[in-house]
Design a protein around this ligand. Sequence first.
Ligand code: SF4
Length: 384
Amino acid sequence: MRVAFPLRSLAPHRIQPPRRGLSAVASAVEAPTTNLSHRPNQPSAFALRDAASAVKPRNDWSKEEVAEIYNTPLMRLTFAAGTLHRRFHNPSSIQMCTLMNIKTGGCSEDCFYCAQSSRYSTGLKATKMVTVDSVLAAARTAKENGSTRFCMGAAWRDMRGRKTNLRNVKEMVNGVRAMGMEVCVTLGMIDREQADELKKAGLTAYNHNVDTSREFYPSVITTRSYDERLETLKHVRDAGLNVCSGGILGLGEKPNDRIGLIHTVSTLPSHPESFPVNTLVPIKGTPLGDNPPVTFDVTLRTIATARLVLPHTIIRLAAGRTTLSEEQQMLCFLAGANAVFTGEKMLTTACNGWEEDGEMFERWGLVPMKSFERAELREMEVGV
Ligand code: SF4
């Protein structure tokens, strides 16, 4: 069903020049006793205050600093993150994305959480790649319902030897982009040449999650390394594409691994433009099929910490959002999350629908982010 969003969009939200907001944010997290500037790679007793008074993104965070922020009492952390969020983003603007599976199942990788790995008996039927026309029809429906970003996922290890597939994906990208939507794909590992081709076809962003910390990673995936993931992110960045890279909570990781995940992305040469926060949807038949759910405080703490160290990044509430109440989602938005996946399905798992999200947005005074709104706002900022 089509959802009518208020036509009134917010008056173009002008991001405050960073320095004007500094004192307000710093006072939200306790007045400093000395005038400290950040100390790269040094443990700091003032990491939260340094993060909250950021005037631009930093990529020299030490793990100790990220840990200190993560371990801040939750209400204080959430308030600091929300305050910073209002300086770098329009807090009412939430990006609506729709994610379509364009090739389901049969993947040779062994990601312990995934229904699409051919190694596990999950009852999922592997299919061939869908047609270009069906993708364009789905993108049109998504756009009519309010989504401004269309993402496509294929269950592949990598794109080696997939020339025909790549040609079809490029056609899909081109067609969706022609509708005025942002386009993202996730196709496994890609090399620089493939990233260049996708960029030329009109791709906005490439998703490749690092999933968790470097240390915990081998406990959930053994068929490709953490460094291989980072290499794909480098190819994506070098090709001039936006990077979408985040993680999954509930894999059995410890707090230190969530800190490690955030530390990894916050110390990339440039921060990813998008950081998806997934919570595990346990799939029977996978090695993690009986994992207990993460508690909400873990999700909120992860979002708030990510917001503070990745001030420009869009933080995306991804898989597992159906388990959150409306009030929990609002706390996530207050703490800095500003994108959701919405539509009929999210890859192989359930997804909150457009109608439900539209009504929720109305109740809380949120509006869908326009296509390329973040890119435009960044251009307006001073010194970034
Ligand atoms: S690479 Fe992707 S599709 Fe393949 S098993 Fe891992 S998460 Fe699933």
